[in-house]
Design a binder for this molecule. Sequence first.
Ligand SMILES: [Zn+2]
Length: 207
Amino acid sequence: MLIYGKRKIRIKKYDDFHIQCENCSACKQRFSVYQAYYHLFFIPIYPASQKSIKTICLNCKDSFNEQKVLHYLAKTKTPFYLYTGLILFASLFISVIYSNINTQNKKQEYAENPKVNDVYLMNKKDEDDNSSYFFVKIKRISGDTVEVIHNAYEYSRFISKFDTADYFDKSERSLFLKSELKAYIHDRKITSIKRDYEKTSRFNVEK
Ligand SMILES: [Zn+2]
């Protein structure tokens, strides 16, 4: 269930001891400024445009209309925390983009300097434009040539690690040129490159 909507809170109060109450003649006037905001699960997302102000005499509780309401209304700024949701969304958005750029850079860097045991997640498309995914692992690098072994399974959707029974097949070998790896990055045939994965990873399993 999604709980969202508009709420109103008091963002500021001013006590003014210079204005006399028309009802009881006391000089204890309180100005309360309210701001409406949109919330999601009671977290303020962003403020609604309008502010409102109420005045009350602290002595007799009479409310009244006074010139100073405009003054107090104008000097009250919308508090920062009412933008919490907006700020959270923005920072999440920025961090996703940043980490994406970072991953892209790393991929580029790995493909330009391949190392033995690097694992590449490759994708290919059939005639109907359906993607499938497979892994290759670098076994040997000599000069410009990179020798890889293939994994046993083929995947129909993106995954980041092996299925529990998958492994690298030592008999399934093929050769790439280093320049081809770079071209594959450019053509987006390489989805991701894993280096320094954990000792317990199934990427270590070869048969
Ligand atoms: Zn009063």
